[in-house]
Design a protein around this ligand. Structure first.
Ligand SMILES: *Cc1c(COP(=O)(O)O)cnc(C)c1O
Length: 230
């Protein structure tokens, strides 16, 4: 299937059930992204700051760019002027820097807190205790230029469907609990980003409303690009 027809198929499947599609275009060319764009896709995700900035500059300005990969504090300034949603806030330090750079850019930046749900050493994210500590701290409440929209998680890379299902279930429970406890009046705390090409169906069954799909739209990536190193 072509990129365009895959986008259409995904949109037909996801729009009626209220799930937002993020087309993860890391390592893919402007031409490939434009093919998805022509099919109506406007939201794209990248996992590296440099690549994200380059594509932002070269591609149509009505594209909404999401950062889905690990963000180093010293790189926040490059994306603060334009990024639509940062999925990968995994420390208080980086959140404070986003707040600072958002203020400089005269914006408020939407963020998801990335939660560590996988049974793997290599993945980033806050654990439950760190999440609660962050949300409880007075310093967090004083940040005026970030808006927490919800949570994001990456399941273990495994064939074990039951395990993936349990990880997503746990994240949904956490999301519901955090919403009730910390954001009861905030309608904008509404986003649960979970699910990629291999596990998005399980994620949606477990309550995801934002999926990050790369290889199923654009085909396999030639270089292993996933784990940005710091
Ligand atoms: C690459 C990436 C995706 C998309 O992965 P696919 O398996 O190609 O769909 C989703 N989320 C994050 C954080 C990624 O880095």
């Amino acid at each position: 299937m072509s990129i365009a027809s895959t986008i259409t198929t995904f949109q037909n499947e996801l729009q009626p059930i209220g799930v937002q599609l993020i087309a993860v275009s890391k390592t893919k060319s402007n031409e490939e992204i434009l093919e998805a764009y022509q099919a109506g896709q406007r939201v794209f995700g990248e996992n590296q700051v440099q690549e994200l900035v380059g594509k932002y500059e070269e591609l149509p300005k009505d594209i909404q760019w999401h950062l889905v990969g690990h963000l180093q504090t010293n790189k926040v300034k490059y994306i603060a002027p334009f990024v639509t949603l940062i999925h990968s806030v995994d420390s208080f330090k980086v959140l404070k820097e986003i707040d600072k750079q958002a203020e400089k850019a005269g914006r408020k930046i939407d963020c998801l807190l990335q939660i560590y749900i996988a049974d793997e050493e290599t993945k980033y994210g806050l654990d439950h205790a760190e999440l609660i500590e962050l949300l409880r701290s007075p310093e967090f409440q004083s940040l005026k230029h970030v808006r927490i929209r919800g949570l994001m998680g990456i399941a273990t890379n495994t064939e074990n469907q039951k395990m993936i299902k349990e990880e997503f279930y746990e994240l949904k429970m956490l999301f519901d609990g955090i919403k009730t406890t910390f954001f009861p009046q905030e309608h904008h705390f509404d986003t649960l980003s979970m699910g990629m090409s291999s596990d998005y169906k399980i994620a949606i069954e477990q309550g995801s409303n934002m999926v990050r799909i790369g290889s199923q739209i654009f085909g396999k990536r030639s270089i292993k690009h996933f784990k940005a190193t710091e």
